[in-house]
Design a protein around this ligand. Structure first.
Ligand SMILES: *Cc1c(COP(=O)(O)O)cnc(C)c1O
Length: 436
């Protein structure tokens, strides 16, 4: 369709990887205008953990609309909001022994991060926030300062400050415990790193290349935070809502963060919705201090409440996510062992997985080959070198196998072609054919 080239800004991104006009979607499939079917291993960048148009959620939101339910997003008390809060308390907070209050921010992840950073700074009276290499927290200026990626940071057009960046788990190689470095610099008044308000971290870095922190590292990080009286903020916007096999990604570490952000899949239906959870004693906001027009998407409250009731009443859904996550891990390990030439590695946790192909060019050849076979899958990482598996958590075993078969075949094709490419030649070879 020409209209997109004509008037949609160059800033579009996902549309470039999947140049089709999409029209419908159901479960794990998207359909374009011509009715072609695509298996979706991107799932709205992790916003569709329960798949497209889940029938229970669809019915609930349709009934709400037919009933003239409130749809605007001002922070009034609505029945839909009350029911969501009750469901969240009953199915998520109470069973996990978590005591949090909930703040509704503007409906994007980045706005939840802004609120979390403001809150931590204002409660502690300190400016500095510790963030990590390859972290991604959003593109508005506060969140952007916490984000590592230079492509995004580069267009800020202003100073991005108030942050000290330290190495994430594994950044300096196996066997180097980077929390020891953090502990050291926080203990040293001449380290140049000011006593921070908070540490802001993803347990599995999504956009940064599916880097999963170990449970020990997360425990150590919490210990360092407590020792130095620093708040621990977990950005669970992508890894949360069941993606890694538990509702919150930090549960297996047994840690108790002070602040948690959720967005992407919290509505369960792809609707914009973001929240910040924090310990009651941190609730030092004055009315309207972090304001916004859209701070309570009622349609999202309805779908979120039904998603919690449908999937989080007991552990059976989470168990199934862990089972499928193990299958993905086993398949990816087999693919990498056979075809990865000793270079590729498997990353991630639960159903948030990646294959690090080292080269961004190789990874994009693989995802393009997948798209030719009607599989939608994206890359992430500093150089887009990681093929990123983010399929709906409700995907059937058959669809999951089918998707992984397509990826395996794509890697086979791309790597076979790469083998035929001329071997690296010396600069002294006068026939060296430099492709330009
Ligand atoms: C996507 C994402 C954000 C930003 O959310 P937006 O809705 O894109 O603003 C923040 N943190 C993490 C971990 C994310 O994956």
């Amino acid at each position: 369709m020409k209209i997109f080239e004509e008037i949609e800004s160059e800033v579009q991104s996902y549309a470039r990887s999947f140049p089709r006009v999409f029209h419908k979607a159901q479960g794990s499939y998207l359909y374009d205008e011509e009715g072609n079917q695509y298996l979706d291993f991107l799932a709205g960048a992790g916003t569709l953990n329960y798949g497209h148009n889940h029938p229970v959620l669809k019915k609930a939101v349709l009934e709400y609309i037919m009933d003239d339910g409130i749809t605007h997003g001002l922070d009034l008390h609505t029945k839909a909001k009350g029911e969501f809060l009750e469901a969240f308390k009953e199915y998520i907070l109470e069973p996990r022994g978590l005591e949090y209050v909930m703040q509704f921010t503007g409906p994007t992840g980045t706005n939840a991060i802004e609120a979390a950073m403001k809150l931590a700074r204002n409660v502690t009276g300190r400016e500095n926030i510790i963030t990590f290499t390859n972290g991604f927290h959003g593109c508005s200026l506060g969140a952007l300062s916490a984000t590592g990626n230079s492509h995004h940071r580069g267009v800020a057009g202003t100073t991005l400050g108030g942050i000290s960046r330290v190495p994430f788990d594994g950044y300096l190689g196996d066997g180097i415990e980077t929390t020891e470095y953090l502990d050291k610099v926080l203990s040293d008044s001449s380290s140049g790193i000011d006593h921070p308000a908070a540490v802001l971290v993803e347990t599995v870095q999504g956009e940064g290349g599916i880097n999963a922190a170990s449970m020990d590292w997360l425990k150590n990080l919490e210990t360092v935070c407590r020792k130095h009286d620093v708040l621990l903020i977990i950005d669970d916007i992508q890894a949360g809502c069941g993606r890694t096999g538990t509702f919150f990604s930090f549960e297996p570490a047994g840690i108790n963060p002070d602040i948690v952000t959720l967005s992407k899949s919290i509505s369960g239906y792809g609707l914009p919705f973001a929240i910040v959870l924090f310990k009651p004693e941190l609730d030092q906001w004055k009315p309207g201090e972090h304001n916004g027009t859209f701070r309570g998407n009622n349609l999202a409250f309805v779908t979120a409440k039904h998603a919690l009731e449908t999937f989080w009443k007991d552990d059976s859904f989470a168990k199934d996510v862990r089972r499928k996550g193990q299958y993905i891990e086993d398949r990816l390990n087999a693919i990498v062992d056979e075809l990865g030439d000793g270079n590729f590695t498997v990353r991630g946790r639960g159903m948030m997985r990646g294959i690090n192909c080292v080269s961004g060019e190789l990874a994009s050849q693989i995802t393009r080959a997948c798209f030719k076979q009607n599989l939608m899958i994206e890359t992430s990482g500093a150089d887009d070198q990681v093929v990123k598996f983010l399929c709906p958590l409700v995907i059937t075993d058959e669809q999951l196998k089918q998707g992984l078969d397509i990826v395996e075949q794509a890697i086979r094709e791309v790597c076979a072609k790469t083998d035929e490419m001329p071997e690296e030649r010396s600069y002294f070879d006068e026939n060296y054919d430099i492709a330009v």
